[in-house]
Design a protein around this ligand. Structure first.
Ligand code: SF4
Length: 278
């Protein structure tokens, strides 16, 4: 083989070599009288029987078009959580954690709360949703996600083919921050060990962080939720995914589609049936 045909074959094989597809080299013997000293591109087949693309550039373009999209590298955890740094509680239970919280006054959020919102759902749930903190309705009822955002979360759970009783729902801080402000870092640091204990007891197959605060509490680093949502990360060996908070969806209904895409990944992970056209 000579000239342009040879150059095309060399470019073609080199490209496949870059993709680590090279098995067609294996049973190839060096033919007697091979030309182009130093070249590894040889063939025992007659030149007329070899497929030669008219353009290596065209072949690259075709292959690149059919190649899977590159996977973005996951961000690196910046620091260990308080729970990771602290001792585990032997034979822990949700009841014991609630008893330990007691009539908690460990942080300033106790001052204006009505009720501590511990969490609700199945202690053996495969899936735990973690939010930021109680709002007004939750503070009155002592239950997580029972206001407008909670109703939307219930719809999301039911769209997954589950009921609220099948999952566990809790928050990073157990008392309502005044005026629904975000919890301060010291409040999160004080309260989140209870959340870590809840997760250690439940041992879910997946955790969904609802919003940036929940993500920060479990991941140990502040990150943009729009950048991280939909990616599988990990909290103490538990697969974890962040997505938008239902309260954000009430203000930005267009983001519901993105959240549904995230939840479909969770459904696949849990072995739940994903609706064919959704
Ligand atoms: S938010 Fe947590 S640490 Fe603070 S008072 Fe409430 S239960 Fe205690």
């Amino acid at each position: 083989m000579k000239g342009e045909a040879r150059a095309n074959v060399e470019a073609w094989l080199e490209y496949f070599s870059e993709l680590r597809i090279s098995s067609f080299y294996l049973d190839r013997a060096e033919p007697a009288g091979a030309t182009a000293a130093g070249s590894s591109v040889t063939s025992t087949a007659p030149a007329t029987a070899t497929y030669v693309p008219t353009s290596s550039a065209a072949m690259r373009a075709k292959l690149q078009a059919s190649a899977p999209a590159p996977v973005a590298p996951l961000p690196v955890v910046k620091s260990a959580s308080l729970f990771e740094a602290g001792p585990r509680v032997e034979n822990d239970t949700l009841e014991r954690i609630r008893e330990d919280i007691g009539d908690c006054k460990r942080c300033r959020l106790c001052q204006q709360r009505n009720k501590i919102v511990f969490g609700s759902g199945s202690a053996r749930a495969d899936l735990v949703f973690v939010g930021e903190g109680p709002g007004r309705d939750e503070d009155i009822q002592g239950l997580p996600f029972v206001g407008r955002a909670g109703k939307l979360l219930t719809q999301m759970i039911e769209a997954m083919g589950l009921k609220r009783e099948d999952v566990y729902i809790c928050n990073v801080v157990k008392c309502r921050p005044p005026e629904n402000r975000a919890p301060e870092p010291d409040e999160m640091d004080t309260c989140s060990p209870f959340l870590y204990r809840q997760l250690a007891v439940i041992k879910p197959k997946a955790v969904v962080c609802l919003g940036a605060i929940a993500f920060q509490a479990l991941y140990g680093a502040k990150q943009s939720i729009s950048r991280l949502r939909g990616q599988w990360l990990e909290f103490r060996g538990i697969p974890m995914m962040a997505t938008y908070h239902p309260a954000y969806l009430l203000r930005n209904p267009n983001a519901k589609g993105e959240v549904w895409e995230d939840l479909k990944k969770v459904m696949v992970h849990l072995g739940l049936k994903v609706p064919a056209r959704s």
